[in-house]
Design a protein around this ligand. Sequence first.
Ligand SMILES: [Zn+2]
Length: 81
Amino acid sequence: MKLRTVKGLYLVGLGVGLIITIIGGTVFHNETVIWIGGGIMLAGIVFHLIFYRCPHCRTYLFRNNGEFCQHCGKALFDDEE
Ligand SMILES: [Zn+2]
């Protein structure tokens, strides 16, 4: 999976989860909806932990938003269009 795809899905997951949590708390006043929103955010974070890795050395990139791996120094997006 491409790193940009992972990043995009992660941000969408966090955004959707956050919106569901807020709506659950303000519109529905429903704890179950809040937990679903929280679950989606948590799934996004776990997904990020598993897939947001350097394509060369497989090191987790943490909050690295640069073009190069902090571990091996190779370009992260050189195989992507
Ligand atoms: Zn690396």
